[in-house]
Ligand binder design. Structure first.
Ligand SMILES: [Zn+2]
Length: 266
């Protein structure tokens, strides 16, 4: 599932395209109205950056390609002309030079923005601090979390891209397991220092994963409902949580409930 670490690794793999004038295609008829290839013809690609789960590809005219993978999209990156699982004719976007070809499959979001449109963009404008930024500010993110709904759980806070950008459903369970927090704990049960520490730990874990260069996430609990907790052996629990009913996994022994014990919930 694409989360901030996935996008950061994709941005790094695409860096060889920076400084060149890539060949651009949008093979699907539904994307023809974007006129992406025509509008970007002859332009130098100046930067590729991940911002949370968004990818921004910048050109010297100022125009920016914005993509978001959501659940279904993925980037296929490799040598030009290599065999691919899916036909290039069904790609959302192809960027290539002599050495590298990047194919966006099932993109979910593909649009071309001006700098003004980027600064006013409804989802990008509201993003909180990027969890993978070297100067990630956990205190600022915690302050943003306090502006959320009072019934928000710590799991809701981690997924709220307006609080911090880049955490998705897999990392949510892993971060809460690492911090020994029950996912149902109300954010209000944590004091400011505890909330900052949680968000700081989220950044540390995800940055360590990206720095490791590993392609697989170091998953200890996600997707392992009913199996033994790797720390204590208790059955790992799973349940749907939040508006979109995404699965949350936790160990009831290692992650005891905080709600009842907190003086703030008395
Ligand atoms: Zn356990």
């Amino acid at each position: 599932m694409p989360e901030g670490d996935t996008l950061e690794l994709i941005a790094r793999r695409l860096q060889p395209l920076v400084g060149g004038v890539p060949h651009i295609e949008t093979p699907l008829a539904r994307h023809a109205p974007l006129r992406l290839a025509e509008q970007l013809a002859g332009q130098t690609l100046t930067a590729i950056e991940a911002r949370g789960k968004h990818l921004l590809i910048r050109f010297d005219s100022g125009l920016i390609i914005h993509t978001h993978l959501r659940m279904s999209g993925r980037w296929d990156i490799g040598a030009p002309g290599r065999p691919t699982r899916r036909s290039r004719t069904t790609a959302w976007l192809i960027l290539k030079d002599d050495d590298l070809e990047a194919i966006l499959v099932n993109g979910a979001v593909l649009e071309l923005l001006t700098p003004a449109q980027l600064s006013l963009h409804p989802s990008l404008r509201l993003l909180g601090p990027d969890v993978l930024a070297p100067d990630f500010d956990a205190t600022a993110a915690a302050a943003r979390a306090r502006r959320g709904a009072p019934e928000q759980t710590v799991a809701d806070v981690l997924l709220d891209q307006r609080v911090l950008a880049g955490v998705g459903n897999v990392w949510k369970s892993e971060i809460l397991f690492d911090c020994q927090l029950d996912p149902r704990t109300p954010a209000a049960a944590l004091d400011d220092a505890e909330l900052s520490a949680l968000l700081q730990r989220a950044s540390e874990l995800m940055q360590a994963h990206v720095a490791s260069g590993a392609t697989q996430r170091p998953v200890r609990i996600y997707g392992r409902g009913g199996r033994d907790c790797p720390v204590c052996g208790t059955d790992i629990r799973a349940r749907a949580q939040g508006d979109e009913g995404r699965r949350t996994f936790w160990c009831p022994t290692c992650q005891p409930s905080r709600a009842a014990a907190s003086p703030k919930n008395a």
